[in-house]
Design a binder for this molecule. Structure first.
Ligand code: SF4
Length: 180
């Protein structure tokens, strides 16, 4: 079987899902036998080429994220939402209870312990944050979801390994199986 191409992407999340991905530890060698990791925020910031599988952490929070997820969908045969922020918006979506001005005021204008001199920094304004955070499936078709905050490393490995072997994962089987 020819090697597949994998990418991992980090949108509006805390990086905890990628930390969990790293917790597959030596099983990365099993992945490496079947696929090349062509883009990953931990490794480098290359443009996303056409890939077989993209694992996406985090929600869509801004114009930049929206552009990125649409590009990911166009470039990826399979898009996997990795973690609850990607699946439901979860922690990232907690700001949806407030309007954007309240969020900015709390974080930058009224916060006691910051060095922003009571102003929203220019680079934050440039992000063009959306009024509401949304999970991936509100803007693209998602092929598979891995729930959890963060998802268990064994589950991430199971799902990835199944897709790399052209099988559709069954999450209820994830805990029963051993690989490697
Ligand atoms: S699902 Fe949890 S661990 Fe993953 S990005 Fe969101 S808050 Fe972080």
């Amino acid at each position: 079987m020819p090697k597949k191409k994998i990418a991992t992407v980090w949108l509006g999340g805390c990086s905890g899902c990628h930390m969990s991905l790293l917790d597959i530890d030596e099983r990365i060698l099993d992945v490496a036998q079947l696929a090349d990791i062509v883009k990953c925020p931990i490794v480098d910031g290359k443009e996303l080429p056409e890939v077989d599988i993209t694992l996406v952490e985090g929600s869509v929070t801004s114009d930049e994220h929206l552009r990125e997820i649409l590009h990911i969908r166009a470039q990826s045969k399979t898009v996997i939402a990795m973690g609850d922020c990607a699946v439901t918006s979860n922690i990232t979506g907690m700001r949806n209870y407030f309007n954007l001005k309240e969020v900015f005021d709390t974080a930058y204008v009224n916060a006691i312990s910051n060095d922003t001199e009571g102003k929203v920094p220019n680079h934050i304004a440039l992000l063009k944050l959306h009024e509401k955070v949304v999970p991936l499936q509100e803007v693209i078709t998602v092929d598979f979801v891995i729930p959890g905050c963060p998802p268990n490393a064994d589950t991430i490995f199971y799902v990835l390994y199944e897709f790399l072997n052209d099988r559709i994962p069954n999450l209820s089987e994830a805990k029963k199986l051993k690989y490697g």
